[in-house]
Design a binder for this molecule. Structure first.
Ligand code: FAD
Ligand code: NAI
Length: 455
């Protein structure tokens, strides 16, 4: 069988590329080695982690904040197995949705591990298909520490930690990046004593420095212990768990989560058969996502850039458009980052440090949720909005939010960057009252010295 497009991998990069290709009239197949479609994101990433974050956040709210609202509950308890089965149901529903979309668009869904062969062919465990164009979307995998190999029971990766059968009494998290702080939040809320070891001097080091500090303070208040600028140098299994050497300290825990980053996944892909270039493990692509082998493209976690589901999807959509002869573009400046902790953290565009390092002339405005009426009504006044304007017209080039519903509010910043909107427009546009978005208006006003409520 010869296809116009064969996509390898059905994660948010691959399945979007396949669907868009089919919508554009290209004969398309998608090969997936796992038993379900949806990749890391749907099966063992974004979705299951957010389902557990939501359940544990409800519990923490009932336990700590409900009384203030006049709500009390006798014998409050949680059932971990119910939380896990709910998580599985959420995942199953979305995974089936992808299968349904493939059917709807007449995409051939092929199960098995794909290996590239020379001459525009792919072998799938004995079968062979031919392609005009192939899109590699095989994603990434967790990085392990050599002395802490994953057994997914005591030494877990992000995959194992999403399916623990009981809440560990003591948990050590190595790496205070996105996975570290999100999954530590889940188990801390459910009662684990959580210690986080980070080799750099601050948590989530790529984030705006002010937000990073604010999140760190908040997580400490929630009871997490941090060892920043620290290194895990060894570990020994004990009868009940594991004893980990962190610099001069020995820390005994029941479960260790290793969350020190992810690396591109290229096992069995046969890149060597087609002389496809790699750099630092990432597949090298040109501005059209084409690899060093004509007709073979790559997207998502497999190529350089932030390892984010929506980044992978944007690239999947774009590459399909390119194959259909269109000229799409991905605006990397407008790709937001969100951390689903409490409070949530979200950012888009330049940080203040990046803007300064690039020599940009900027204005910065900030507004705290403390003064925001909607935040006060809800009882979540922690955090602030920071906006960065650039040039004579003060276009928005960065927005950083820590606080309630930051994940949703950041879309204002995304749209503003996409449309080259100025701080003045954002400060003058009417916002419904009372809403959390008024904090964005106020931060823009503060940058322009016309804020009503902030100094
Ligand atoms: P993947 O989703 O990794 O999909 C690759 C697919 O290719 C897999 O299904 C794999 O089985 C298949 N495959 C690999 N090799 C072959 C082969 N040879 N043949 C056939 N099939 C193959 N991102 C966000 O934006 N928001 C979040 O909230 C978020 N949360 C996350 C939480 C966790 C715990 C983790 C681990 C990640 C999270 N991410 C999040 C990151 C996000 O999951 C990834 O950026 C995204 O899934 C990358 O998409 P992709 O299509 O490039 O690859
Ligand atoms: P990460 O790159 O976000 O964080 C890894 C952290 O580990 C860094 O702070 C790093 O300094 C630290 N580190 C590295 N080696 C270490 C060591 N030996 N000892 C101690 N600390 C060490 O990677 P993470 O958290 O594993 O996530 C992987 C990817 O998944 C991220 O790039 C992210 O984009 C994606 N993801 C996105 C989410 C979201 O969008 N909400 C949620 C979860 C993951």
């Amino acid at each position: 069988m010869k296809y116009d497009v064969v996509v390898i991998g059905s994660g948010p990069g691959g399945y979007v590329a396949a669907i868009r290709s089919a919508q554009l009239g290209l004969k398309t197949a998608c090969i997936e080695k796992a038993s379900t479609l949806g990749g890391t994101c749907l099966n063992v990433g974004c979705i299951p982690s957010k389902a557990l974050l939501q359940s544990s956040e409800h519990f923490a709210w009932m336990q700590q904040d409900s009384k203030e609202h006049g709500i009390s509950c006798q014998n409050l308890a949680f059932d971990l197995s119910q939380m896990m089965s709910r998580k599985t149901k959420v995942v199953e529903g979305l995974v089936q949705g992808v299968a349904w979309l493939f059917k709807k668009h007449n995409i051939d869904s092929i199960r098995g591990t794909a290996t590239l062969l020379p001459d525009h062919q792919i072998s799938i465990e004995g079968k062979t298909v031919e392609f005009k164009n192939c899109i590699l979307a095989t994603g990434s995998e967790p990085i392990a520490l050599p002395f802490l190999p994953f057994d997914e029971k005591v030494i877990v990766s992000s995959t194992g930690v999403l399916s623990l059968s009981k809440v560990p009494k003591r948990m050590l998290v190595i790496g205070a990046g996105v996975i570290g702080v999100e999954l530590a939040s889940v188990y801390r809320r459910l009662g684990s004593e959580v210690t986080i070891v980070e080799m750099l001097e601050r948590i989530c080091p790529t984030m705006d420095e002010g937000l990073s500090k604010a999140l760190w303070q908040s997580l400490k208040k929630q009871g997490m212990t941090f060892h920043l600028g620290s290194k895990v140098v060894g570990a020994e299994r004990t009868k009940t768990g594991i004893s980990v050497q962190v610099d001069q300290n020995r820390i005994e825990v029941d479960v260790v989560l290793v969350a020190i980053g992810r690396k591109p996944y290229t096992k069995s892909l046969g890149l060597e058969n087609c002389k496809i270039d790699l750099q630092r493990g990432f597949v090298t692509v040109d501005a059209n996502f084409q690899t060093s082998m004509p007709g073979v493209y790559a997207i998502g976690d497999l190529i350089e850039g932030p390892m984010l589901a929506h980044k992978a999807s944007e690239e999947g959509f774009a590459v399909a458009e390119i194959l259909a002869g269109n000229r799409p573009h991905v605006n990397y400046m407008a790709i937001p980052n969100v951390i689903y902790t409490h409070p949530e953290v979200a950012s888009v565009g330049y940080t203040v440090e990046e803007a300064k390092q690039s020599g940009l002339e900027i204005v910065v405005g900030e507004s705290s949720f403390k003064g925001n009426p909607r935040a006060r009504c809800g009882g979540f006044t922690e955090g602030f909005v920071k906006v960065i304007g650039f040039g004579p017209n003060k276009h928005l080039i960065g927005m950083h939010i820590i606080g309630p519903q930051a994940s949703e509010l950041i879309d204002v910043g995304v749209m503003a960057i996409e449309n080259r909107t100025t701080l003045k427009v954002l400060a003058q546009a009417p916002h419904a009252h009372p809403t959390l978005a008024e904090c964005i208006k106020e931060a823009c006003g503060q940058a322009l010295n016309c804020a009503i409520h902030s100094q």
